[in-house]
Design a binder for this molecule. Structure first.
Ligand SMILES: Cc1cc2nc3c(=O)[nH]c(=O)nc-3n(C[C@H](O)[C@H](O)[C@H](O)COP(=O)(O)OP(=O)(O)OC[C@H]3O[C@@H](n4cnc5c(N)ncnc54)[C@H](O)[C@@H]3O)c2cc1C
Length: 460
């Protein structure tokens, strides 16, 4: 039997980084290998008409971003989140609107906590503004240059060191936002922590758009439009050099398989990339192994209410002292669209950081009970209306930016010849970083395939 000619590219990992790369390579001979039985990785929604259950990424960058371009090309609609993004619940008080800097005066706090919150809040506003300025790409700058500048900001200390010790509930309030990163204020760099507040406070910029119909529409749309599709259940064990080519060894349906490729995009988490790629430069392997990941326990919920609910106008609610730390109303984007409010809805809650480690010790039933009990304590209207749940335990969910992270960046961005790294861990903006690094990998491959050497080879 004649051996198949080498692929132009093999993409390892069918998350959004790998799919973004494959999308830009779709006119080439490209194969996507995905270990699990579905595409999307940490993007996951399940349709429940007219709603969708969500247990993965849900807010995305809008028009003008790498995500915006991809969504446009795939034909998926990005809609600005209409509801409140900075709502807060503490001790039964829910703050749904108004200026966040005035929240300290509206919460049930001790005087010392209130003063600490006002003071720290004012410092943080300046830091968040600085982060935003640094994160704005400059004319002629490459995405890699923007990433390097952002990662350098506040890289010399932790967020906790910058903030100083705060009393009781003042600490809990900051912690709830910072742990969305999956790390504690004592672990994350000051700059990355400030970035989280910039994200939350600058509604309309950054990650502020929903995908109408659920985020999986984007990944499923890409996968179904790829001429070669995606091989799921294909776990890559090794990427090794074979003369000028790369050999990708994987298992599928219990059998060992191999494919040769001119280029490989490795779009897995950092520690998986370090494990499967042979002959990485030492500094790159060390950098990949040096990216920390924190845990999350997330639960999507479908609700069966028969009329308007107090959370209809809300998108995100921070709940610092509950079993979950964030509550999201996934149906919010639909509310202004429909003249009549359709029955039912969709919510998502999660807990990240150290408290998620404690949750991971408990059974699914215990976690679900704790989440539903707290939901009912915040909104008694939810009693008896949660009709479906989907719980995920993610012990190594999100890469976070720890002090010293900027020093790893050159080893992650450097050329590795025909191996290309892509994924959210290469920068600090999650799906936007994943997509832009996937697109960057594809552009490098297209340039190489179109380059003088390959042209000479095809003419020979
Ligand atoms: C609950 C939750 C909420 C989130 N919210 C947001 C949000 O609102 N906005 C935002 O921007 N981000 C958010 N994120 C983060 C976002 O989901 C990720 O940053 C992004 O999806 C990462 O994409 P990726 O392609 O880099 O990695 P992944 O999605 O992890 O994809 C990697 C893929 O590689 C596959 N793989 C691994 N090893 C192998 C192997 N050996 N062979 C073959 N395949 C392999 C994996 O199965 C996976 O499918 C959230 C994540 C979660 C879980």
């Amino acid at each position: 039997m004649r051996a198949r000619s080498p692929r132009d590219a093999v993409v390892v990992g069918g998350g959004i980084a790998g799919l973004a790369a494959a999308w830009d390579l779709r006119s080439r001979d490209v194969l996507v290998l995905e270990a699990s039985d579905r595409v999307g990785g940490r993007i996951r929604s399940e349709a429940r008409d007219p709603y969708w259950l969500n247990v993965g990424a849900h807010v995305f960058s809008g028009p003008g971003s790498a995500t915006g371009r991809l969504a446009d090309e795939v034909g998926v609609r990005l809609e600005p989140v209409p509801g409140k993004l900075v709502a807060l619940e503490l001790g039964g008080t829910i703050l749904l609107g108004g200026r966040p800097e005035l929240y300290p005066f509206r919460l049930p706090l001790k005087t010392s906590e209130r003063l600490a919150l006002v003071h720290a809040g004012a410092r943080l506003r300046l830091a968040a503004r600085r982060y935003e300025k640094l994160a704005t790409s400059r004319p002629g700058e490459s995405p890699a240059e923007t990433r390097a500048r952002v990662l350098s900001y506040g890289d010399d200390r932790t967020f906790a060191e910058w903030l100083g010790a705060l009393p009781g509930d003042a600490d809990a309030l900051f912690r709830a936002t910072v742990t969305r990163s999956t790390a504690e204020p004592e672990e994350i760099s000051f700059g990355h922590g400030a970035g989280y507040f910039a994200l939350v406070w600058s509604a309309g910029k950054g990650l502020s758009h929903n995908i109408l119909g659920g985020a999986s529409l984007l990944v499923d749309g890409i996968a179904s439009a790829l001429p070669g599709g995606v091989e799921t259940g294909a776990e890559v064990r090794r990427v090794s050099r074979a003369d000028d080519l790369l050999r990708v060894s994987y298992t599928r349906e219990g059998a060992e398989r191999e494919v040769l490729a001119r280029h490989v995009v490795v779009a897995t988490k950092a520690f998986d990339a370090a494990r499967i790629v042979e002959d990485l430069p030492g500094e790159t392997r060390t950098a990949l192994d040096g990216i920390p990941y924190g845990p999350t326990v997330v639960m999507g919920m479908l609700t069966g209410e028969r009329g308007p609910m107090p959370w209809d106008d809300l998108y995100a609610l921070a709940t610092p002292k509950r079993s979950f730390s964030m509550l999201f109303n996934m149906a919010n984007v639909l509310r202004p669209k429909t003249r009549e409010r359709r029955d039912g809805g969709s919510l998502m809650v999660y807990r990240s950081g150290h408290a998620a480690h404690d949750l991971l010790e408990r059974s699914d039933a215990e976690i679900e009970r704790a989440f539903v009990d707290d939901l009912e304590a915040i909104y008694p209207e939810t009693r008896g209306i949660v009709c479906e749940t989907l719980l995920l335990r993610l012990p190594r969910m999100l890469p976070y930016v720890a002090p010293g992270r900027a020093a790893l960046q050159p080893a992650l961005e450097r050329s590795l010849g025909n191996v290309h790294l892509a994924g959210d861990y290469i920068g600090g903006v999650y799906t936007e970083t994943a997509i832009s690094t996937g697109q960057q990998a594809a552009a490098a491959i297209v340039a190489s395939l179109n380059g003088p050497t390959s042209q000479a080879r095809s003419e020979a």
